[in-house]
Design a protein around this ligand. Structure first.
Ligand code: MLT
Length: 414
């Protein structure tokens, strides 16, 4: 008899961004004349850089000739891209510990963040800094590690709160709180806050001392503007023994619809199986990928490689500057309206709370109905986010300016 995965019945009915999209569709259905400005999901508005389009054209032409056609590629990614990543994103930035063999090319950060659970032992307890990107929790719940939902939390997951009381800095797990796998995301989605080097060092020291694995989601590292803030966890010595880092080309180069990113699983990671024998996580992840994944397409990997050319670097800087200008405008508008605001300085997300008793979904509806602006409700990132909203700097500059003027027009919400 087939039995369906009961864990699905414990999750909320739909994924956060699907629910947001559903409500927007419903609003548009009822108000067809209204032009909704999308500031909810972090989807980009600038087109692919010219060097990417050119690389795709060239690679597509190669695929059309028998002499240069590529069938199945290596599951871990082509060497040309793994080498470019290791050299440019790590070695040239003063991190000699990462080599091409540690890099696994992915179809984006989201899938790997969810799939990494395949290499966890059955009894590990995840710890999530909250508010958090919902994939960390949902994927653990689906894999049976969530336990039972309890008042907006999960009995099988340790929640490490990073709310306004602590300036959005997470505290290390208290004594007695198990944190076998720790999810950290910096610059943070959703709050847009960052972790200073001395704070990140504490997490690495904690992980080394407790034999915990850190999953470090640094999908937004390119948006860091404050000097001295770590872009990679491997800037902290010892992290190569306890951390996996996940990155994406989505937000820097417009790859949300192209799908490409990478995951760093260092060969130097130092973990064991339950029987005490050494577990080589790099080989395990490779084994996992070979079984369940056929790799990212050749055309897409050539496109990603082009981002490491001088033109590619320039295009990324231009994109980041463009979106950060939007984020700065959103931030100053919201501050001017009297909201409590963080983010928007080292990240494209602005996280804010109007002075109001409304919960996140009520605020979401107000912004949508009164301003035709879609946002992401903070509670969708965890209970601690209730009463907050997230806006993104990823729309066009014209629509961001229009959204700011609409926000000013509904200032009574604030
Ligand atoms: C977000 O809006 O949080 C992200 O765009 C979602 C994602 O990258 O999957």
């Amino acid at each position: 008899m087939f039995i369906a995965n009961q864990n699905f019945s414990r999750l909320p009915e739909s994924y956060l961004f699907s629910e947001v999209a559903r409500r927007i569709r419903e609003f548009k259905g009822a108000n067809p004349e209204s032009e909704v400005i999308r500031m909810d999901i972090g989807d980009v508005s600038l087109p692919l850089p010219e060097c990417v389009v050119e690389a795709m054209r060239r690679a597509a032409a190669e695929m059309g000739e028998s002499a240069t056609f590529h069938g199945y590629g290596p599951e871990q990614g082509y060497d040309f891209l793994r080498e470019a990543v290791a050299r440019t994103d790590y070695n040239d930035r003063g991190i000699p510990t990462i080599s091409p063999d540690d890099i696994f090319i992915s179809d984006g950060a989201k899938s790997d963040l969810a799939n990494l659970g395949d290499i966890f032992g059955t009894d590990v307890r995840p710890a999530v800094v909250t508010p958090a990107y919902p994939v960390y929790i949902d994927s653990n719940v689906l894999a049976g590690r969530g336990g039972m939902p309890e008042n907006g939390l999960w009995s099988g997951i340790s929640f490490l709160t990073a709310g306004p009381e602590s300036g959005f800095l997470p505290s290390l797990p208290a004594d007695g709180v198990r944190a076998d796998v720790i999810y950290l995301c910096y610059p943070n989605n959703p709050t847009g806050t960052v972790l200073p080097a001395e704070e990140l060092r504490k997490w690495v020291e904690y992980a080394l001392a407790h034999k915990s694995l850190i999953i470090y989601d640094s999908a937004y590292e390119a948006y860091i503007t404050t000097p001295g803030i770590p872009h990679s966890i491997y800037e902290v010595p010892g992290a190569e023994k306890c951390a996996i880092e996940v990155r994406s080309f989505s937000k820097t180069a417009g790859f949300t619809g192209v799908r490409c990113g990478y995951t760093v699983v260092p060969r130097s990671l130092d973990f064991t199986f339950a029987d005490g024998t050494k577990a080589d996580l790099n080989r395990m992840w490779c084994r996992r990928q070979c079984t369940k994944f056929n790799g990212v397409g050749y055309v897409v990997q050539r496109a990603a490689e082009s981002l490491y050319s001088p033109e590619g670097r320039k295009a990324i800087s231009r994109n980041v500057a463009y979106y950060m200008k939007n984020a700065a405008l959103l931030r100053s508008t919201l501050l001017g309206l009297g909201a409590e605001v963080v983010g928007g300085v080292d990240a494209p997300y602005v996280w804010f709370r109007p002075q109001s008793d409304l919960d996140s979904w009520q605020l979401f509806e107000r912004l949508l109905h009164r301003g035709a602006i879609s946002s992401t409700p903070g509670v969708g990132f965890g209970k601690v986010g209730d009463g907050w909203l997230r806006l993104t700097g990823f729309n066009t500059d014209a629509l961001t300016a229009e959204a700011c003027s609409r926000l000013s027009g509904i200032s009574d919400i604030f």
